[in-house]
Design a protein around this ligand. Structure first.
Ligand code: PNS
Length: 158
């Protein structure tokens, strides 16, 4: 049984994220999509909303489990008995941060491997922070996020 963990903030979930979830779910028997609950930071969407949205978006992928996590990622990975962390990068600009994350996690727990999926070309420009900014100023984000994400962001504004 191969178990993977795809961690992130998912604030909010974009097409970039859903693409990685679909592709990663085919590489493992069970994929945990693990949403960081960081008590020191105020996210745009609450942890409950981010988890609920991901559950809705992945309801047709039977081997995906959505969970919040807090604390160190490597501790969570151990608890889940997972074999790998799955991350992705869109461009060279992501690479340095991702490399540091992977090295740090490997130093903290040498059993843990990080596997990278390269973002699809058509999604490589999408980021959650830009999505939030564009939406805030009334721009069109329909090509960047699923309809359910747009609905949640619209509800937040009212
Ligand atoms: O979507 P993000 O914000 O790029 O995801 C970052 C995440 C959640 C993978 C990272 O911040 C994380 O693992 N945080 C948990 C705390 C931790 O383990 N820190 C040590 C490694 S930097």
């Amino acid at each position: 049984m191969r178990i993977g963990v795809y961690p992130g903030s998912f604030d909010p979930t974009t097409y970039g994220h859903t693409d990685i979830i679909e592709r990663a779910s085919k590489l493992v028997d069970t994929l945990y999509v693990s949403v960081l609950h960081n008590p020191d930071k105020v996210p745009h969407l609450t942890i409950e909303k981010r988890v609920e949205l991901l559950k809705e978006l992945t309801k047709d992928i039977s081997n995906v489990i959505i969970e919040p996590f807090t604390g160190l990622l490597v501790d969570y990975v151990e608890k889940k008995n997972a074999d790998m962390i799955i991350r992705s990068f869109r461009a060279i600009s992501d690479f340095e941060y991702e490399l540091q994350l992977a090295h740090t996690n490997h130093k903290l727990n040498s059993r843990v491997e990080t596997i990278f999926l390269v973002s699809r070309n058509e999604y490589a420009y999408i980021s959650s922070s830009m999505v939030k900014q564009i939406h805030k100023f009334g721009g069109d984000i329909t090509m960047m996020v699923p309809k359910q994400t747009l609905d949640v962001l619209n509800q937040e504004q009212h």
